[in-house]
Structure formats: structure tokens, C-alpha cells
Design a protein around this ligand. Structure first.
Ligand code: UDP
Length: 410
């Protein structure tokens, strides 16, 4: 079922004034006042799980508070479609690709099916990621503006998939990427915009220490000993097995626990198999907590992040890594791979520590566990970096400015 924006949380932008200041909200309202006669439509491939759903769940009610008509449509598809799009996802991140002729047919057939199902009749249409990319093939109203928002690291795409997708990309009025290194030689304008978090959501708002303790202890985690945590979908590109290996290297020096918490996303069919591999790798170690969380676990994730001594994001590829943003906002020291959009957030030795290997991750985790004062300082600096650059109000402002720019161009 597509999400119903009307059913979403009600957001009042004025509630963000204590976090971002009054001038920022006034600027947003001034931009929005010029867009009252427009309509915005966002299309992606899952209502829950993963960073894009996380962003849209906040962005849609923000548009509603600004009284800009907005709708959110979620693509539907069978397992065959999501297996193909997951293979595309891995290939676009630079992975190998099993070139099966029927993949492209499956992709196009589901895009066509969704084109019949979803009315693409808004004046500003934002298509997120590759799954619904080919909806643009049915574009006939040239008064409407179409943007492709690509959240993944496209710096080294497998050409078999990219060559198939590029003809659709160039039918858009522009493409938005999360890092300058993801851009391509394209005949359409390309824009930079960072994904962002909502500081007031259940995932990120402040929690009392007693509440944090109660939640993590419910999972059998000892809040009295160091906790290393990676929150991520169970996806090989998040390298959960690498995290287990890094933990084992640290464990011979520090009495610590590892939390690997994640759940599935409706558009990711590989999660179950990866979860099984992770459970096997963890064996019977009572200090490894593998938590398969349901999609409504925002408060639990918030508490797990706040209870952690160090947050790990050991991804092999990463679009941006909202889990890193969430951890920095909570003033946590982060050890993360220098891939995709992570270095935009983790400035080495200033807002966290960047690593390039399992051994490197273990070394930096040990360093942070031995230097709590420095770990706290990185956390403080990380928090300010997020406040300045990666809060949802900035994301909203960038969309509004981009929409106005598109409308002025035509
Ligand atoms: N997340 C979640 N439940 C999980 C795993 C992740 O709610 O079991 C959230 C996580 O807190 C973050 C988002 O999903 O907000 C993941 O975004 P990220 O950019 O880190 O990775 P993606 O899953 O989009 O590759």
C-alpha cells in the first residue's frame, strides 16, 4: 500500500526554531510563499526501511505545513522486480553484475505497470533512485518539471547497468546527487544536495538516560560495559561480517559488546540471507547482540545509538549513510569507512575517524576506548557539523530553492 501523506505525523516548522534559529525558518517560508500554486510529487520504492523512506517521512509533512500540495507514491512490484533493482543497486555501486537479458525487461515492465497505476500529474516531480527511474518514459506534460534524486554512490557504476539507465536519466530536467564525486558527464544540469535527518523525530530527539538504559537492557545489553554498535539493514555492502571481525580484534584488549541492529526494507530481498550469515559469524558469543528490528523501531534505534560508546559504519559502499548523521547528532564518536558520502560527514580527526580496513577499524575503536575525552570532543564537533549541514530544514530549503530555479529557467 502506498503511504498516505495525510496519515503522517503532523509537523510544525516553528517547532524547529529552537534547533536551527528563527531566520532559517523565515527563509524557508519566504521561498515556499512563491510555490503555493505548484504541486510536488515524490516517488520512491519503499515506504519503510532505508534512508530515502526516512527522509520522505519527514519531508512530506514539512511541505504540508508550508501548504504546498504534496503527494508521495511508492512503486509496487513483485519479488522479481526487487531482485533486479537490488542487482542494479549493487552494480551501480561498482559491484559485479550477472547480465541476464530478462532483467531489463522485468525492470521496464514494472515501470510501465506503475506508470498506468500512478497519476504523474504534479508540476514538480522528484523520482528517487533507480527503481522508478523509467517512469519518465511516459512523460508527456512538458509543463511539469522532473528531477531524478539519486541517493547512491554512482562514481564507479558497472557500465552494463549504467548504459541501460542513462537514456532515462537524460530525459529529466536535472539530477541531484549526494556528493560531487557521484556526478557524471551528462547533458542535463546536476545539483548537489545532502540527505538529512529530522532532529525532532522519535529516531533523533533527546532521551532521558534512564529511558535509554531501560530500552537497551530490554535487549539483554549490559549498559555498564562499552557498547560498539552498527545500525544498518543486513546488506553485504554494509559489511556486517567485517564489523564482527573488527569487534573480535578489539575484544582481545577490551571487555566490550557488539550490537548489530537492523531490519529489512521492502525493496531489499537479500536481508534474510545476510542476517543468517551474520548469525553464523557471531556464533555463541553472548556479547554479540544481533537485533532484527521491525520497521517501527525508531525509539529503540535512538536509544541504542545513545547507549553506544562507539558507533561503527563499516560500509564497503555507501550513498551517504544517514546512520552516521544520526550518530554524530547524538554526539557519538564514529568510526566509519571512507566511502561514498561518509567523508562529507566524518572529517577525519575532527568529527570522527575514517578507516579503510577491518584492522584499521579495530585500531581506531581501541584508540577511542582508550581516549574517552578525545572521543567526547569528536562527538561534540560532529554534532555541530550536523547542525550546520545535515538537518532536514536544510534539505527542505534546498528543494524549495531548486524548484524556484527550475520554474525560473522555463
Ligand atoms: N534504519 C532503521 N531500521 C533499521 C536499519 C536502519 O530505521 O533496522 C534506518 C537508519 O536509522 C537510517 C536509515 O534507516 O535512518 C538508513 O539510512 P542509510 O543512509 O544509513 O542507509 P540505507 O539503508 O539507505 O542504505
Amino acid at each position: 500500500m502506498p503511504p498516505d501523506p495525510a496519515a503522517h505525523r503532523v509537523i510544525h516548522l516553528d517547532d524547529y526554531i529552537p534547533v536551527v534559529g528563527e531566520p532559517e525558518i523565515a527563509e524557508i517560508r519566504a521561498l515556499a510563499s512563491r510555490l503555493q500554486d505548484q504541486s510536488v510529487q515524490m516517488v520512491n520504492s519503499t515506504a519503510v526501511g532505508g534512508g530515502v523512506a526516512e527522509i520522505l517521512n519527514c519531508m512530506i509533512p514539512m511541505f504540508q505545513d508550508l501548504r504546498i500540495p504534496v503527494r508521495w507514491d511508492v512503486m509496487t512490484g513483485g519479488n522479481d522486480f526487487f531482485e533486479v533493482t537490488k542487482a542494479f543497486h549493487n552494480a551501480l555501486h561498482g559491484g559485479t553484475y550477472d547480465d541476464r537479458a530478462e532483467n531489463f525487461e522485468i525492470f521496464l515492465a514494472y515501470n510501465e505497470q506503475n506508470r498506468q497505476r500512478v497519476a504523474l500529474d504534479s508540476s514538480l516531480i522528484v523520482i528517487h533512485d533507480p527503481q522508478p527511474l523509467a517512469l519518465v518514459a511516459g512523460r508527456h506534460n512538458h509543463a511539469a518539471h522532473w528531477l531524478w534524486r539519486c541517493h547512491i554512490d554512482l562514481s564507479r557504476p558497472n557500465p552494463l547497468v549504467w548504459d541501460f539507465l542513462e537514456p532515462f536519466v537524460i530525459r529529466y530536467d536535472g539530477a541531484i546527487f549526494s556528493s560531487p564525486s557521484f556526478t557524471h558527464q551528462l547533458p542535463i544540469p546536476q545539483y548537489l544536495s545532502y540527505p538529512c535527518i529530522d532532529p525532532l523525530s522519535a529516531k533523533n530527539h533527546d532521551l532521558e538516560p534512564a529511558q535509554v538504559r531501560a530500552i537497551v537492557e530490554r535487549f539483554g545489553i549490559d549498559s555498564g560495559r562499552p557498547i560498539l554498535t552498527q545500525i544498518s539493514r543486513f546488506d553485504r555492502l554494509k559489511d556486517p561480517l567485517g564489523v564482527v571481525k573488527a569487534y573480535r580484534l578489539v575484544r582481545s584488549y577490551f571487555d566490550c559488546q557488539l550490537v548489530l541492529a537492523g531490519g529489512g526494507a521492502a525493496d531489499d530481498p537479500e536481508g534474510g540471507a545476510v542476517l543468517t550469515e551474520v548469525r553464523e559469524a557471531a556464533g555463541s558469543d553472548p556479547d554479540i547482540h544481533i537485533l532484527d528490528l521491525p520497521p517501527w523501531s525508531a525509539l529503540e534505534i535512538n536509544a541504542l545509538q545513545r547507549a553506544s560508546t562507539v558507533i561503527i559504519q563499516k560500509s564497503l559502499r555507501e550513498g551517504f549513510g544517514l546512520t552516521v548523521t544520526e550518530a554524530l547528532w547524538k554526539k557519538k564518536p564514529v568510526v566509519a569507512s571512507a566511502v561514498g558520502g561518509i567523508p562529507v560527514q566524518v572529517i577525519h580527526k575532527h568529527t570522527g575517524l575514517l578507516v579503510h580496513s577491518i584492522e584499521g577499524a579495530a585500531y581506531q575503536i581501541r584508540f577511542l576506548l582508550s581516549n574517552p575525552a578525545l572521543a567526547a570532543q569528536l562527538g561534540e564537533q560532529g554534532h555541530e557539523h550536523v547542525r550546520e549541514n545535515f538537518l532536514m530544514t536544510s534539505n527542505l530549503k534546498r528543494y524549495l530553492a531548486l524548484f524556484l530555479h527550475l520554474l525560473c529557467r522555463h
